[in-house]
Design a protein around this ligand. Structure first.
Ligand code: MG
Length: 268
């Protein structure tokens, strides 16, 4: 989803840096697209084409070999994308958001999340992380408020939640697992009040920042839509082929969830 791609780009330059202090700009000329966006786009492509997720993810690596891939994924993709490798890395959760947009029925969306995860991240925590993200996005689209989404998803997926965002920031340490990233992204997206505040809060954590902001950004889009400045940022960073894919995906799903679509329909 656009919110996930925006989060990836916004977080890209902070991934191995210190937590960003309040007031750090969300738009930075150095920011770039990483593997989180590339695989989110591959999920869109798989859904649009009715294609196997493994093939779409493996081809994404072939097309963009320098996108900052994790070691295990790179090995899997370079060997032709064969058997899954039992990962519980946060990769299954970062790429899954389009599944939530694609399926209007919750059970179908959760089943789609499992299939998208299981081609590489077939460890129970890898599958669970993807399903929790899709579940949260679905609940946000349905109009549930942040407290309800957080409470229900944390309970259903047995994720521990910190008492406050300040406590989360205090306890946060760099972590590339689903169980280390998904609960934090969920809490941030549910306990902030706007897309911008959600992004700023992600950058303030000691975390796998691009992926944290990517996962939170998908949920944030379902809550508030994606602001115009973030759409502009995405358009600047994606190539023409990638942007065409995003447009096709949103047109096909017909979800009026972001200002880009509202503006576009106003103009036509
Ligand atoms: Mg990344």
């Amino acid at each position: 989803m656009l919110g996930a791609i925006a989060g990836d780009i916004i977080g890209s330059i902070h991934e191995h840096g210190p937590p960003a202090p309040p007031g750090t700009p969300l738009i930075d000329p150095r920011s770039f697209v990483t593997d989180d966006s590339i695989l989110t786009l591959a999920t869109m492509e798989a859904l649009l084409e009715g294609e196997d997720y493994a093939r779409a993810y493996q081809r994404a690596w072939e097309r963009y070999p320098d996108a900052g891939w994790g070691g295990m994924f790179r090995r899997w993709a370079s060997q032709g994308g064969g058997e899954p490798y039992n990962s519980f890395g946060n990769g299954s959760a970062m790429r899954v958001s389009p599944v939530a947009l694609w399926y209007t029925q919750r059970d179908q969306a959760l089943e789609g999340a499992e299939r998208s995860a299981a081609v590489t991240h077939n460890h129970p925590e890898g599958v669970k992380g993807a399903q929790a993200v899709v579940d949260a996005i679905h609940r946000a689209f349905a109009g549930q408020d942040g407290a309800d989404i957080l409470g229900q998803v944390a309970r259903d997926y047995s994720y521990p939640i910190e008492p406050s965002l300040a406590a989360l920031q205090e306890s946060s340490r760099y972590n590339e697992t689903c169980q280390g990233t998904v609960p934090a992204a969920l809490q941030i997206a549910c306990q902030t009040e706007s897309f911008d505040e959600c992004m700023t809060t992600c950058l303030a954590l000691d975390a796998d920042t691009d992926t944290l902001a990517c996962i939170a950004g998908g949920i944030a889009e379902a809550r508030w839509g994606v602001p115009e400045w973030a759409i502009d940022l995405i358009r600047e960073r994606l190539n023409g082929e990638q942007w065409d894919l995003v447009q096709s995906f949103y047109r096909t799903t017909g979800k009026p969830v972001n200002r880009w679509q509202i503006n576009e329909s106003e103009q036509t």
